[in-house]
Write a protein that binds this ligand. Structure first.
Ligand SMILES: [Zn+2]
Length: 662
């Protein structure tokens, strides 16, 4: 292992030296939460989410560490868990590293060292490391892509890179290098046999990160090989593909550079696009970037829910009529009750957008990151931090589905303390643990504010000058954000302030005077000046309740509305309705006003919307019937943030409600 290491920034995606990036990532610890929404989430992450997940995964229920121990010869037994369980364990370690990076608790580092020692022992002499195969003597390496070797590899490489950046220890990185070198010998030669290999192609992101860490171009070339291979082989089952649908399901019907529509499994698609965006950040290839632009627009403008969630169906078909699972179906086909919206897919939507933010520097990408974070990501975990949703539908109706029908039912009516398919929980927890790193980006000559949350930023601009900014806000409940410059260089530089697309009418003042810079919803306001210590920049966003309707092509929400305030999507949940009221009988009265009321002791501290809804009284069980004027009764109640639903026992819930306009 003589690979030289470049001085790296400590971020999960190190684009500090990437030549084709407009906005570069700050170091993981450059921005630290001080108080408020994200500080509290991080605290829950540190105190509950990560320790609880450790107990589960390192014990017999989760069995993830056991798998490595057995492969290492330190324990008797057999592999348990999904084929991608190793990858999910790496994601948990990644979350732990982010927490360590912030709190420097030596105990966390010791635990990570303990895992790494076992993982190293489980690794075979030539670098191979996949417990799901190593503990199944009847299965060969790279025999069938359903065994998820590429997924596990991707998370191994990413976690090892992050571990090296945070700790400067090579223990994990050396495992990753040895593993990636083996991968290179097998997959770099262009062979028909392995041309279509790889199911969930997380390895592309992992290889780019390893390239960024080691500066060894062969990893970047291999990442590109995986992109180039996709979509150029005949789509037919062979012995490496049996076990899951083929074609659009795994984005192999069309070469990525020619793709115009997001297809297939939503997590597979978005990890693939995110990996391609990482490659594009290094190569600047126009055809690749144009394709990613088209795909991003397609996802966010034609196939995304109001909550930022994606992957409309558990089982379905692509536009080409390929069978798909857990993924994208037709444009504007947006069922609420059966929406799949895997927590991972929603997070991947934010991860893809974060990379596109880097490539283009446009605030619309940060809008999606924010939308996902506050809604369809956080909905995946309970307020307490120890139970999880896999699917995140926009409407829940009790007693309409058999959740125990078979082992592949990942939808649940309540959050569960453990999911046998455990991809989502560590994905969400590692995201919550690192979101402070997404808050700012380094611009060409300055800094970009992407997300709002009370924090202290201590960072270094591209010219090496230091910058310290205090951010004070009660966001997302209040729209006032104050930035105080504590330290900066004495020449002019830019501060880019994201004006969210919903924040029409936002104002920006500097030391009490309205700025000349254009303040436009959906864009960064760019203020260039000679900043000095004590300068106060105030962004004031109107937090009006917004009534949202869908595009008329979305049949499922015609004449229905949803309620949004700032970045938060609201819902009505049965604990806030009279007993035995079906969620289907709840209508929205356009003439009733909703009033924001902050409740610090309710559901972890949230702002509810108080007002009157209508409950329909004339009911019928018949499928169709003649209707006269419906009868309604007014009911005084509250809406709660969508992410906070299902924390008060099993409930019915809906985001969209039919509207009565007068
Ligand atoms: Zn998942």
């Amino acid at each position: 292992m003589n690979t030289t290491m470049k001085k790296s920034t400590v971020s999960s995606i190190d684009n500090s030296a990437s030549p084709f990036v407009q906005l570069k990532n700050i170091n993981l610890t450059d921005c630290q939460w001080t108080n408020g929404f994200w500080a509290e989430k991080f605290k829950t992450c540190e105190d509950i989410m990560v320790p609880y997940m450790g107990e589960v995964l390192c014990g017999d229920i989760g069995h993830a560490l056991n798998n490595f121990k057995i492969a290492a010869g330190e324990k008797e037994g057999e592999h348990k868990g999904m084929f991608w369980h190793d990858g999910d364990f790496y994601k948990f370690i990644e979350a732990k590293i982010y927490v360590y990076a912030q709190n420097k608790d030596i105990k966390i580092l010791e635990e990570i060292d303990h895992y790494i020692r076992i993982i190293a022992k489980a690794q075979e002499a030539d670098g191979y490391l996949q417990t799901q195969i190593q503990l199944r003597p009847e299965v060969d390496r790279y025999e069938n892509r359903k065994y998820h070797e590429m997924y596990n590899t991707g998370h191994l490489l990413i976690t090892a890179c992050v571990h090296f950046r945070v700790t400067e220890q090579r223990t994990f990185l050396d495992i990753a290098i040895k593993h990636a070198d083996l991968l290179h010998t097998i997959f770099m030669p262009e062979t028909k046999h392995y041309g279509r290999f790889g199911f969930n192609q997380t390895q592309i992101m992992g290889l780019v990160e390893l390239y960024r860490t080691t500066e060894d171009k062969k990893y970047l070339a291999l990442a590109e090989r995986f992109i180039n291979n996709r979509g150029v082989y005949a789509v037919e089952h062979n012995d490496t593909t049996i076990g899951y649908p083929i074609g659009d399901m795994v984005q192999e019907r069309t070469p990525l550079r020619e793709s115009t529509e997001a297809v297939g499994h939503a997590v597979l698609a978005l990890y693939f696009y995110a990996g391609a965006a990482d490659v594009a950040a290094e190569t600047g290839e126009e055809a690749l970037i144009k394709a990613l632009d088209r795909l991003w627009e397609n996802v966010t403008q034609k196939k995304m829910y109001l909550t930022g969630a994606v992957g409309q169906a558990h089982y379905g078909a692509s536009t080409n009529l390929d069978m798909i699972e857990e993924g994208f179906i037709n444009e504007y086909m947006m069922p609420n009750m059966t929406a799949y919206n895997e927590t991972c897919a929603n997070i991947c939507n934010a991860m893809f957008s974060y990379r596109m933010l880097g490539l283009h520097g446009a605030s619309k990408y940060a809008d999606i990151m924010e939308l996902v974070l506050y809604n369809s990501a956080l909905s995946g975990i309970s307020i307490e931090g120890n139970s999880y949703f896999y699917a995140n539908p926009l409407r829940m109706l009790n007693n309409t589905r058999d959740y125990d029908a078979h082992e592949n039912v990942t939808e649940t009516p309540n959050r569960e303390p453990y999911l046998s398919c455990f991809c989502c929980p560590p994905n969400l927890v590692r995201t919550i643990a690192q979101v402070s790193g997404w808050t700012y980006s380094i611009a060409k000559n300055g800094i970009a504010l992407n997300l709002f949350g009370s924090s202290v930023l201590k960072t270094t601009l591209t010219d090496g000058s230091s910058l310290v900014i205090h951010q004070d806000t009660e966001y997302p409940w209040k729209g006032l954000v104050k930035l105080t410059i504590e330290e900066c260089k004495d020449t002019a530089f830019d501060i880019l302030v994201r004006i969210p697309s919903w924040a029409t009418g936002a104002t920006l003042t500097i030391n009490g005077t309205k700025t000349d810079a254009p303040v436009t919803a959906g864009k960064y306001a760019i203020i260039n000046k000679n900043w000095k210590k004590g300068d106060l920049l105030v962004l004031d966003m109107p937090m009006d309740v917004q009534i949202i309707e869908g595009h008329p092509r979305i049949e499922e929400v015609r004449n229905q509305i949803a309620v949004k305030r700032g970045p938060i999507v609201y819902c009505i949940e049965s604990p806030d309705l009279p007993k035995h009221t079906s969620i289907l009988d709840v209508y929205f009265n356009k003439n009733a006003s909703l009033e924001a009321t902050h409740k610090p002791d309710f559901l972890g501290g949230i702002t509810t919307l108080q007002g009157e809804l209508l409950i329909r009284k004339d009911k019928s069980e018949s499928m169709y019937r003649t209707v006269q004027k419906p009868e309604f009764e007014s009911y005084k109640t509250q809406l709660v943030p969508y992410f906070a639903w299902s924390n008060r026992g099993q409930a019915e819930m809906t985001v969209f409600m039919p509207v009565v306009w007068e």
